[in-house]
Design a protein around this ligand. Sequence first.
Ligand code: NDP
Length: 334
Amino acid sequence: MAFQADPNRYATMSYSPCGQSGITLPRISLGLWHNFGTEDNPATAEAILLKAFDKGVTCFDLANNYGPPPGSAESTLGRVLHDQLGAWRDELIITTKAGHRMWEGPYGDGSSRKNLTASLDQSLKRLRLEYVDIFYSHRYDGVTPLEETLQTLVDVVKAGKALYVGLSKYPPEMAEKAYAYLAERDTPCLIQQDRYSLLSRGVEKGVLETAHRNGVGFTAFSPLAQGLLTNRYLEGVPADSRAARNQFLKVEQLTPALLSALRQLNDIARQRGESLAQMALSWVLHDKRVTSVIIGASSVNQLLDNLGALNAAPFDQSTLEQLDAIVDTTTKNA
Ligand code: NDP
């Protein structure tokens, strides 16, 4: 049956200005790193995407290599756009990235002009789009001259293949130089993307502040620490979980110390009348420098649970200190 968008889809989501730009992003965006490849259930993938759109999640975050197999998450979204969501393209922010290994040989990896340009062309074909809204350099590779990567970002915007550009996983000193280079060429960096959760606090050491000072938005990936900051692992490792696949999240990470911390966090969430996932997301969002969190979900129920974070109670100072004390004793530097 043809998809009919919910007329109330903008009733509950809130949107934040992305740095000093004219764009707002939903406080909760949906990422397609896991669960949207051709090896995943296509009906579930489609149901999550359509429900997200119906709940005001206007931003879908992708990269060339998301799957499995690599590239297939873009193909899944391309199919859903073509079959269901095409009429609403102008209500969507669709992102992609290039910079991690995608194809064989010397040009299928890294942040060179060759890799980024070819990769974006491939992504647009899979997505069945003429342009993406945001094209990211997926990582600072430490080899390619910064200017080569950045000039490529400027050029893809000038070629009409992306509306905005962003940076992912750039150290603050490189990001600062990049912001200046891009601004001087009339292609200001829209957004910085990096890992941020209660358990992963590295961006507090400069990335968040540098983006904020330069008028660049910030979006947090893996805000649930790949599922650790949910009820998923409190009673063991479910067979269908990410940890059970033991690739990006390893069973060995579930140490007794971490599980004890997760249970203490879960107790606080319950006292607040929230799920652990909701408290973890609202914790990331309580920093006003954060524009959006990019969640993953393997079911519609997980998505809906996470969207409940929008109604979470504000944090008082003593709860913030309590949360810090719990994670301090375990994994604050992860
Ligand atoms: P999360 O930290 O949100 O983890 C998502 C996983 O947590 C889900 O797949 C699911 O695991 C579990 N989960 C989610 N919600 C719930 C819930 N309510 N209850 C129980 N379990 C839940 O994010 P991801 O690590 O998936 O990353 C999100 C996005 O960030 C990616 O899709 C990608 O777009 C982006 N990203 C960017 C990177 C970069 O280099 N720029 C790197 C990594 C991610 P399960 O599958 O086990 O059910």
